[in-house]
Design a protein around this ligand. Structure first.
Ligand code: TYC
Length: 102
């Protein structure tokens, strides 16, 4: 009998680390907000670089919406609110929403 056969089966289960559920921040397209302004908001609030922000903006522009990032609920809601507010302050209907990730 080799060493492996003599080993007792492992019965201890590793305790699973609880991870908080994640929330998606979704950018919605509209017909009025200038493209450059959307890019500016994505850079300011979501810390994206120019090329990533541009790609995300174009995806929302062409498909109607784009998931831009996932965070814990609080962070997702705060960022969505701040980003939406940046548009509102300039009179644009730019809108960011959140959705729980399944
Ligand atoms: N569709 C807008 C335009 O043509 C640009 C835009 C892109 C607005 C993405 C919102 O989430 C958006 N000026």
């Amino acid at each position: 009998m080799n060493q492996k056969t003599l080993e007792k089966p492992r019965t201890k289960t590793k305790p699973k680390t609880q991870r908080p559920p994640l929330w998606k921040v979704i950018l919605l397209n509209d017909d009025y907000t200038p493209r450059e302004f959307v890019v500016l908001v994505l850079k300011a609030i979501f810390r994206m670089n120019e090329s990533h922000a541009f790609k995300v903006m174009m995806t929302a522009h062409q498909r109607g919406a784009c998931v831009i990032a996932v965070y814990t609920r609080d962070v997702a809601e705060t960022k969505a609110k701040e980003a939406t507010e940046m548009g509102r302050a300039k009179g644009f209907p730019l809108y960011f929403t959140t959705e729980k990730e399944e």
